[in-house]
Design a protein around this ligand. Structure first.
Ligand code: 1OR
Ligand code: 1OR
Length: 406
């Protein structure tokens, strides 16, 4: 006999559990009644315009405070919370005060004074760690010595479903690389927590608070069991932030010249540089495979990239991207699989951005991308001639179609 699990039940229970863990109510049953009543009220209000992804957040009323949902008198904040709220096993996010920290990544002496952190690992662990870090964009520009220091400092953390890894507005302690597992990203919008994205068995998070000395910008919760590799704040700042200062100098002029990024302010362009990874491809290497699921966006730094459409087994070159042009935006915007493949022509260097950074930083550029996507449809119709019966048939590329400009 198979029992069907209603859609959304798992997510509902995970989010409720997280609220219980956050609020530590004395009477969980009373808390549950109030929670679901409020959820119901919110959903009724939202019907006809709101999103079913939003949840009441008792903690949202007072950012930073641990609020008892049922007993307002017991509200406390700051250090007191740590003593009075029982530190249950699942409450992993350590609140540390870091606001006074004045680390300067350009200060060479600072690095010499810093003790290097080394977490010993078995060969098997190191292999898994290296595999997990292979595609991490923030590590792409590190030299061998820097990478080895990062790997030495990282430590493993196994997670179970429903764990709160990062809580929005907390101070940042670690940067996280996903070895396996799925995670939800929530952000508070008008006092309600909204699901704004997910991680699916790859990627990294927790860089922003460490890079910019800010509070956590989002909440990250596990939605499956999994494994994370953590990098402590000081090592992250000593190596990654220092390296970003060099990356900014290296790419500043280039990103200023990318037409797509013109609508960004220069400080926003620098934030784009901070999260970009530079990736080199050899002649003929496939960068994107048509039909794959997508999690990255690309800007060509040097060389050329052929965009090839496979239709009923026939491959047609539909565009060529050169320095300053972009590709890989379509699947991220439409939430569909890759619409075409991309191949390197000669040695190609691309600046690569993950989907979360794309969503966070390229909002102002989306109109331009959407306008160009509308052009794709027209070009596609022209490329594949209609015969008299209205059936489509593949045709060779028309003159000029290999230079579709974005
Ligand atoms: P952090 O140190 O601020 C929370 O801790 C982490 O969530 C953050 O670093 C990012 O690594 C990650 N906006 C802000 N942070 C995000 C976002 C995000 N997604 C993941 N993180 N947005 C969602 C994009 C899908 C922007 C929404 C407007
Ligand atoms: P993606 O994420 O789908 C493949 O991954 C990329 O190839 C895609 O994003 C676009 O950046 C690019 N014209 C120009 N570029 C295209 C086209 C296209 N399709 C995909 N890409 N089309 C018009 C053909 C003359 C085809 C539209 C389906």
């Amino acid at each position: 006999m198979s029992i069907e699990i209603p859609a959304g039940l798992e997510d509902l229970l995970v989010r409720f559990t997280v609220e219980v863990l956050r609020n530590q109510p004395r009477d969980p049953l009373d808390f549950a009644v109030q929670y679901f009543q409020r959820l119901n009220q919110n959903q009724n209000q939202n019907r006809g315009g709101g999103s079913s992804e939003s949840l009441p957040s008792p903690t949202a009323a007072r950012p930073g405070a641990v609020v008892s949902f049922t007993e307002p008198d017991a509200e406390r904040s700051g250090e007191e919370d740590e003593e009075l709220v029982a530190p249950v096993a699942i409450r992993f996010t350590r609140r540390v005060s870091v606001s006074a920290e004045t680390y300067n990544p350009d200060d060479e002496d600072e690095e010499l004074r810093e003790p290097r952190i080394v977490h010993p690992k078995t060969d098997e662990q190191r292999q898994r760690l290296q595999e997990a870090c292979k595609h991490i964009l923030l590590f792409k520009n590190l030299d061998a010595e820097q990478m080895s220091q990062v790997l030495d400092a990282m430590f493993e953390r196994r997670v179970e479903v429903g764990e709160l890894i990062i809580e929005q507005d907390d101070d940042g302690d670690n940067f996280y690389v996903i070895e396996r597992g799925t995670f939800s990203i929530y952000m508070k919008v008008d006092g309600l927590e909204r699901l704004v994205g997910t991680y699916n068995n790859r990627g990294s998070f927790g860089e922003l608070a460490l890079m910019y000395n800010t509070q956590r910008a989002a909440t990250i919760i596990t939605t499956s069991a999994g494994a994370l590799w953590c990098l402590d704040r000081m090592t992250f700042r000593r190596i990654i932030v220092r390296n970003n200062a060099k990356k900014r100098k290296l790419y500043e002029a280039f990103v200023e010249s990318v037409p797509l990024l013109e609508s960004l302010q220069s400080v926003e362009r620098m934030k784009v540089v901070d999260v970009l990874g530079c990736q080199t491809y050899s002649d003929g290497e496939r960068i994107i495979a048509q039909g794959d699921s997508a999690d990255c966006f690309y800007i060509v730094e040097s060389g050329q990239v052929r965009i090839v459409l496979n239709k009923k087994g026939a491959e047609t070159e539909i565009a060529v991207c050169s320095r300053g042009q972009y590709f890989g935006e379509l699947a991220l915007i439409t939430n569909k699989p890759r619409a075409a493949s991309a191949y390197a022509v000669g040695t190609v260097k691309c600046l690569v951005m993950d989907v979360q950074a794309f969503e966070r930083l390229l909002g102002p550029c989306k109109d331009i991308m959407k306008r160009n996507i509308a052009n794709y449809e027209e070009q596609l119709a022209r490329l594949f001639e209609r015969d008299v019966d209205g059936h489509t048939e593949t045709a060779g590329p028309r003159p000029g179609t290999s230079e579709v400009l974005r």
